[in-house]
Each structure stands twice: as C-alpha cells, then as structure tokens.
Design a protein around this ligand. Structure first.
Ligand code: ATP
Length: 232
C-alpha cells in the first residue's frame, strides 16, 4: 500500500535519512524500530509531506507522493498521529473531534458515535478541554481524531510514550482491535515488546538507513540484531 524506496531527507542542509526503504502491506502492521535519533520520526514526516524528499520515492497505492502537500496526503487517506499528539488544548474533546469529522468522506465508516463506542472514555470527557486530559486520554483523542478521517493507512508515532503501564495495555488492545478490523498501520515505537507483539513486519532504522527487515517473530528471536541496532 505504501512503498518507500531509497528515501533521502533531512532538515535544510542536514541529511538525516540516506537510503531508507520500507513497505506497508494492506491489512497488516509494520513497526519501524531504531535507537533514539535513528531517524524514525523524520521518516514519518517525509511520508506526510512535512519534509521534502531529496531522493528516492514514496508511493501510496501506486502513485508517488513526492511533492504532494500534507493536506492532500491526508486526503489521499493517510492519517498521522504525531508523537506530540497535537490536539488543540483550548478546544474541548467534542470540538477537537468535530474538526476531524468535517474532513471525513461521505461514506465514512468511522463516525463520532463509533469513536465513542471504541473509546468510551472520550464520550465521558466530551466537554473537557484538550488541556484537561490525562496523557492516555490525549492519546485516545489523537487516535480518535485520526480514525474520523477514515484513513486507508494509519501512522502512529510512539503512542505509548510517557503513559502508565495500564494505559499502555489499553492502547495495545485498541490497536489490536483496529488490526482485527483490517486497518493498515505503521507504528514507530521505542517499546520493543509492545511493537513486536502487535506488528506483523518490522523494519529497523539505523544511521538513517533501513538496516534490517523481516517478521516480528524473527526479530524477537534474533538477539544479535536487537543488541546491534536496538540496544535491547
Ligand atoms: P526519537 O525516538 O528520539 O524520536 P527518531 O528515530 O524518531 O528518535 P528523529 O526524531 O527522526 O529520530 O531524529 C533523527 C535525527 O534528526 C536526530 O539526529 C535529530 O537530532 C535530528 N533532528 C530531528 N529534528 C530535527 C530538526 N527539526 N532540525 C534538525 N535536526 C533534527
């Protein structure tokens, strides 16, 4: 569904990614793993058109996204939940969700009602401001907002960061349910156990390149690669 080949990108003159390839397959979850600063978030920003591709290609359902504006990439059906979650702190939960619901296609399968069924906690916090939510609630809101866009591909950047173990387990179960429902996902994670228990495939980013790719089960069994590239 999404094919990144030999991507090169970075910030201004600084090249951070030099030759990264990955492939997200319909109905499956791909985890992007790597040490701090390896370039995982930078890769996601390039996919979303927030950073220019200086080389290589990014193809979504066969068409190149290179040079496409972030808004149009979202309209093509890629939703991005950034590490910073980026919810509007001064708007209520309802208002945050309404903004996304306006962008939903007419034949939307993810409606506000379905998001509240999926995350009952959001329904209970409807009139609370974004700045009054716990970290876990903010993450649910960020994911709920992405789902309202009815994406074909959902990209999540470190959804467990800063969350208590019990909330991490809840997010794990929600992502497993989305997978069960057939959602195609890309997950960036520092939490190796979390990522490999959910993902079908894994790509490891090291020094701005894809250095290993394979099945989750294979990387779980491959402690040498874990030590070398992940410091697990
Ligand atoms: P983390 O898990 O720490 O978020 P990451 O793998 O997502 O790590 P990136 O955030 O993609 O890593 O960062 C890759 C490199 O790009 C790092 O060396 C970082 O210092 C650099 N970098 C990140 N953001 C910027 C920026 N806005 N300007 C310049 N360099 C940046």
């Amino acid at each position: 569904m999404l094919e990144v080949s030999e991507l090169e990108t970075g910030y201004g003159e600084t090249r951070v990614i030099h030759g990264l390839s990955l492939n997200a397959v319909p109905g499956r979850m791909l985890a992007i793993l790597g040490r701090n600063g390896a370039g995982k978030t930078t890769t996601l920003k390039a996919i979303m058109g927030l950073l220019p591709a200086a080389g290589g290609d990014i193809r979504f359902q066969g068409k190149s996204l290179v040079g496409t504006a972030p808004y149009d990439i979202a309209k093509h059906g890629i939703a991005y939940v950034p590490e910073t979650r980026d919810i509007f702190p001064s708007l209520t939960v309802r208002e945050n969700l309404m903004l996304a619901a306006r962008m939903a296609p007419r034949d939307a399968t993810w409606t506000l009602e379905r998001v509240f069924e999926f995350f009952p906690r959001l329904g209970e916090r409807l009139n609370n401001g974004g700045n009054q939510l716990s970290g876990g609630e903010q993450q649910m809101l960020a994911i709920g907002r992405a789902l309202l866009m009815n994406p074909k591909l959902l990209i999540l950047d470190e959804p467990t960061e800063g969350l208590a173990p019990i909330i991490v387990r809840q997010i794990h179960d929600k992502l497993a349910a989305l997978k069960e429902d057939g959602m195609t996902m890309i997950l960036v994670e520092q939490n190796f156990g979390f990522a490999t228990s959910l993902a079908d495939e894994v790509v490891i980013v090291g020094r701005g390149r894809s250095v290993w790719e394979g099945l989750s089960a294979d990387i779980r069994a491959d402690t040498d690669t874990q030590h070398k590239w992940l410091g697990v």
